[in-house]
Design a binder for this molecule. Sequence first.
Ligand code: CU
Length: 688
Amino acid sequence: MGRHGRRVMAVLTTSSFLLFTVVPVRAADPEIDRLLRSPVGKDWVTNGGNLTNQRYSTLRQIDTTNVKQLKGAWMTRLKGSGNAGKYSFEASPLVKDGIMYVITGNDDVFALNAKTGEIIWEYWSGIDQKISTVCCGWVNRGLAMDEGKLFFGQLDANVVALDMKTGKVAWKTPIEKWENGYTITSAPLYYDGIVYSGVSGGEFGVRGRLTALDAKSGEIVWRWYTLPGPGEFGSDTWPAGTDHSMRGGATIWNTPALDPDLGLVYFVAGNCGPDYDGSMREGDNLFCASMIALKAKTGEYVWHFQQVHHDIWDYDAASPVVLFDTVIDGKPRKGIAEAGRTGWVYILDRTNGKPLIGIDEKPVPQEPRQKTAKTQPIPRGDATVPQCAELLPGYEKAGCIFDTFWETPVLMQPSGIGGTNWSPVPYSPDTGYFYVPGTVRTSAFTQFGDKYQIGLRYVGGSQSAPIGSPMSGTFTAIDSKTNKIAWQHKTPYRIGGGGGSTVTAGGLVFRGEPDGNFLAIDAKTGQELWRFQTGFGADAPPVVYEVDGEQYVAIATGGNQLQGSAYGDAVWAFSLKGHLNPLWPPPLPQTVAGPTGPIVAGADTIKMGGNNVEYSYAPARVRIKAGSTLTFINVGDLPHTATAMEKRDWDTGALAKGGSTTVTFAQPGNYYYICLPHPWMYGQVIVE
Ligand SMILES: [Cu+2]
């Protein structure tokens, strides 16, 4: 930048006329930078559409009057990449000059002809299939690009650049080591010569950070830790004289946004570690569950807003921040918003991090053993999901958001994987609405402590959904001027965990459903106008582009293991001239928590991670005689446990790939169990 700066200064002193021709050259990559700063048109060059993450396309060939004619233009299978139960396919494809680039849950990248779907080149990541520090499915949320390269993070914690023409590796930079708990799942952001990448691993006692890399060389330009070191700003929100903040999580699960006029890069940091045990980390614990603004060139701190103080519920911020401009009380304002797992949308002024509509600090229930924060920030407006749980048989207590828990399970809503999770939230300047997907699910929260060991899970408790409890979702238009619901759909399946939507100037919101349907909705009224069965879990955010004058809408359909949707390896593109018809519906996701499948009598072995479905027990339900012994064997890739639900009075402990152990069931009864690292894996043993 220094060199460019000097050149511009020199021009300034000689001629103000020349300034007009020189200023646009300030950026290293003029065309991509111009597209990133502009409303989204023909190309879709970054995960969120442009620097705002609005996912708003100005294309209007497909609109509310003709969307019923939409059909598949092409569908391409990506040669089996990421086509197994351990993967989620959540990436937004990028499109530039008629070529589509898409990355799968195995970090494999494909270039496709965006008009025909034909594969042009492929990059196979070859990542280690034994990465044991994956939190919530093998996933990659997308790519970034500059003039000639594609950028992405891998699950092995490398940031990689590929040549866009050939798919060959241009550079590869390790951010950290997966063995230490660090993985990358977010799509990076590219702008003005810099690649910004987050890091995941908040469940493994890591220290979160945003890393800025030189796009040309891959060198690290700066990194900003989301957890303050001793004496740094925010360190007084952690217990003095301890190193708990060094393993406090606050990882970055999603793509930053950037305001080039203010020169700021924005992002959100995730949950505190250990997730459910706050006993040793008294204080607000900055910068867990916070929105943060840094100077884009230097990484210097500018402002932050913490959404949840001293998080013990896994109520983190995982959805990308959205920048938008608005008028409030007659004054133009620069806004930023983010939808949290709490079910609220947090709307701030992006110049200073102050609430734009109003967020009030209010007293909340206290649990001294958890060192709970006295107050929490409560946004004015509406939540998109219920914030109180109902009492269920077998439990002593049900509570509302920010209620407390210790060793006895307490039912709460939203669950820690409820509200809006990783899914992006689009914003339409036409309607002024945010389109917010939400998961409705109850969790039984418990604390049981965890000893920190590098590279192992460090969560300090659990939050499984009770057996038989319902799971569903909401899709809500939130008015950005009031933070209130404009319209809302109840959805049959959980959403918000990975899918998300995109909105167009044609007045349409496009979004996938975990049951495979791809929908078009009237952005103003919420009315459903079109649906199409893609044949695979449609749990990725769609994109909109144009080739040779024809508008397309595309979505990756490969399922999402956390949503329980059917896996696959397909990309679909739709247009008004398309002629492909829908496929048969795939198996449906669960709407009730608990083990499924037939009860197998007399089984003696339970396979964990088998049948190409990593997060499963097979058979999941067995009937045995009292005194029988069951062998649990891990045939999957990740470490799994079988742990008695709630009471934890029997437990296989963590079994690595290939590991096995036995459990003898002496007493008749009905025994439910879960996998502690993956509490959405359920099993049942009926002992007679
Ligand atoms: Cu597991």
